[in-house]
Design a binder for this molecule. Structure first.
Ligand code: SF4
Length: 348
C-alpha cells in the first residue's frame, strides 16, 4: 500500500474521493489547497506527493500543435507522453478552438519487442502505478490551463508499454477519469498488441469500462505477424473471431466496434496478399473500424509504405464495406508519433 493508501485507509471512503476529485481541478495544486479536507488530514498529507510525475523537458511542434514531454518518476525512471491538438470546428462550432488528444504510457519501457517500435528496444523496466498513469493526464491538464487554450477530449493508451500487461492500474486510472471528468468511454481508447489474457479479462470483468478497444494487428498472416510482433501467441489469429463474438456480446451498444490498427511497413505487410488476408480476417470480427497507419520509421532498415499503397488499401477495404480511416500522423518532427517514443525528449 502506498503512503496515500495508508493515510486514508481508516478514513471514510468519501475523504479519498475528495482527494481524487481535487486532482482534476486545475486551480488546486497541493493537498493543502483542498479546502474540503480537515486541517489535520492536510497536515498528514504533507508526506505524500501531490504529483508523481515531473517533466524534464518539453518538445513542441507548434505547426503540428503537438507537444511531447519526458516525465521523471520518483525512482528516476522516465516515460514519455504526448499532447496532440486539433482545431475542431465540427465539435465546438467556434473556429480556432482546440481540442487535445493525449497519448499516455502504461509501463516504463515495454517487454513486447515489436520490431518497428522504438519503445520495444528499451525493454521493460516496470509497470507504472495508477497514479503515475493518471498524473500524465493531470500534467497535460495543468499544462493546457497554464499555457494553452482548449481542453482534452480524447485519451489514447498508445504510449510506451502494453496496457493489457498493467491491467488493474490502467482500469483504476480510466475509472477515475470517467468519474471525475466530462470524458465519456467513447473518448478513451485502449490499444493492445494482442495480450490474450487481458483481452479475455475485458470481456468478462464487470468493472472494465466500456471504452474503445484497438488491436494492433499489423498483419493477418501469421508468419508476417510473428516477425513484426514477436509476442504474437500461437493460434492468435484463429482465436480472434471467437473473442470478437464475446466482445460484441459484452459491449452491445451500436457504436461498439473492434478497432484494428494496421501499420504499413514497406515490403513487409503491404502487398495484395496481406490485403486479402486482412479482408478475410476482419470479415469474421463483426463490426470493425480499420485504422491504416503510415509508419514513422525509427530504423533505416525498415521504411514506411508509400501513401499511394495506403490509399489503395483504403479504397479496396471500403469497396468491401469496411469502415476505414487513415491516421493523420502528428509529431514526427519531434519523434512524438506512434512507434517513435524512446525517451529522447531531454537528450536531443
Ligand atoms: S508497439 Fe506497443 S506493444 Fe509493441 S513494443 Fe511498442 S509500445 Fe510495446
Amino acid at each position: 500500500m502506498d503512503e496515500l493508501g495508508k493515510i486514508t485507509a481508516n478514513l471514510p471512503r468519501y475523504r479519498f474521493q475528495q482527494i481524487v476529485s481535487a486532482w482534476f481541478e486545475t486551480s488546486i495544486r497541493s493537498f493543502d489547497s483542498i479546502s474540503t479536507l480537515p486541517q489535520n488530514l492536510r497536515e498528514q498529507l504533507k508526506t505524500v506527493d501531490f504529483m508523481t510525475v515531473f517533466p524534464t523537458g518539453i518538445k513542441e511542434d507548434k505547426g503540428d500543435l503537438t507537444f511531447k514531454t519526458l516525465l521523471t518518476l520518483k525512482d528516476g525512471a522516465t516515460v514519455e507522453t504526448v499532447l496532440m491538438g486539433r482545431v475542431n470546428k465540427k465539435i465546438t462550432g467556434r473556429p480556432g478552438e482546440v481540442r487535445y488528444t493525449i497519448c499516455v504510457s502504461s509501463q516504463v519501457g515495454c517487454p513486447m519487442k515489436c520490431t518497428f517500435c522504438a519503445t520495444g528496444r528499451l525493454g521493460l523496466k516496470r509497470n507504472l502505478t495508477w497514479r503515475e498513469i493518471l498524473d500524465q493526464y493531470r500534467f497535460w491538464n495543468y499544462f493546457i490551463a497554464d499555457h494553452l487554450e482548449g481542453k482534452i477530449d480524447n485519451i489514447v493508451f498508445m504510449g510506451q508499454g502494453e496496457p493489457m500487461l498493467n491491467y488493474e492500474n490502467v482500469k483504476l486510472t480510466i475509472n477515475a477519469i470517467l468519474k471525475n471528468t466530462e470524458l465519456g468511454p467513447r473518448q478513451i481508447t485502449v490499444s493492445t498488441v494482442g495480450v490474450k489474457a487481458g483481452m479475455e479479462k475485458i470481456v468478462t470483468d464487470p468493472d472494465w469500462p466500456a471504452v474503445r478497444f484497438a488491436l494492433s494487428l499489423h498483419s493477418a498472416i501469421t508468419e508476417t505477424r510473428q516477425k513484426l510482433v514477436p509476442s504474437h501467441a500461437p493460434g492468435f489469429l484463429e482465436w480472434l473471431p471467437e473473442w470478437a463474438k464475446l466482445y460484441h456480446e459484452r459491449f452491445s451498444a451500436r457504436t461498439k466496434f473492434v478497432g484494428i490498427e494496421y501499420t504499413f511497413i514497406k515490403d513487409a505487410n503491404d502487398d495484395d496478399k496481406h490485403l486479402k488476408a486482412l479482408v478475410k480476417l476482419a470479415s469474421k470480427l463483426g463490426k470493425t473500424r480499420i485504422n491504416l497507419i503510415p509508419y514513422n520509421s525509427t530504423d533505416p532498415n525498415m521504411l514506411g509504405s508509400a501513401m499511394e499503397v495506403i490509399e489503395h488499401w483504403r479504397e479496396e477495404l471500403m469497396k468491401k464495406d469496411f469502415t476505414v480511416t487513415i491516421r493523420r500522423s502528428q509529431g514526427q518532427r519531434i519523434a512524438a508519433a506512434c512507434g517513435q517514443l524512446s525517451n529522447k525528449v531531454a537528450n536531443d
